[in-house]
Design a protein around this ligand. Sequence first.
Ligand code: ATP
Length: 344
Amino acid sequence: MKELALSCRSIHKRFNGTVALNGFDLDVRDAVLVALLGPSGCGKTTALRVIAGFERPDSGEVAVRERVVAARGTWVPPEKRRVGMVFQDWVLFPHLDVYDNVAFGLGSQGRRERVGEVLDMMRLSGLERRMPHELSGGQQQRVALARALAPSPEVVLLDEPFSNLDAALKAEVRMEVRAILHEAKATAIFVTHDQEEALAMADEMAVMDAGRILQVGTPHEVYQSPVDLRVASMVGDANLVPGDVTAGVATTALGRFPAADVPDGPIRMMVRPEEISIAPAADGIARIVDTEFYGHDQMVRARLDDGNLLEVRLLGPHPDLHVDATVDVTITGRPRFFAAASIH
Ligand code: ATP
């Protein structure tokens, strides 16, 4: 088991009347890239700022590599925490060249070697004397990352690092940053509200809402086995079909399904759009109301007799599955059940 690079325990933080963090817990192991994913205003930036030392928590504890840096009676200032931060705009010191930007946080001993090493890793060698305005956007980002990694921080924090990039550049920069962080064996947390970005980039996802973490796991774990309805609907597309469980059997508009270990009562059955197949049938249980074609696949929406909409993801062309076609519905995946009471 890898060692813990960072741990946050039960952190609370309020701003006047607003609760920003409400029992925030997070452990990050060495050399893991964590996506902190959650809706706007759920406290992601505040969590990063508390970890970095730009905000004091009202209560709770932050430890960087077992050294407590924030707790009741303990306060280590940001520059002494061994935590690096990269801001949304990847801002550089405009009056310093590449070399001096990267050398900024380093002591004099071994500075030249370390800057050379980091620039080499970022494929920036030869650009040492360029000023920031003489660099491309991608190069500026790599310099900002080099500056954050140069002092070998225990953890690097990136606040919405890709949100200002256009779609074409975004995919490329994401994968490049991911490769660099892995190559440097850096431990990093990046904030995002884009679930696709979190799924594609992260080794682990920490899904957050209302000031606390709801679930931490690999993208596969979180997508396959969300802990509750909030996570199910925040990560990936999910059909949440209403139903009732009695004695281990769920009854829904899509039929009856075994639901062993699920307590009796109203439920939502989660089925991902790719876990459903549909086929034209004159007496089918749903009618197609629209289709969205994405090239590599398409999303079909079908309305069930009870009025609920079902999203179905289909690969390949299906000329017979057009709007107004009546269809039969088959669940091909494993449905998951959540108590309907957990909806809010
Ligand atoms: P976004 O994705 O929109 O950036 P976020 O998840 O990063 O949001 P935070 O910026 O951490 O959320 O904000 C959490 C809550 O705390 C919000 O309700 C916000 O309005 C509030 N908040 C954050 N900083 C301050 C502040 N300095 N003063 C007052 N309220 C604040």
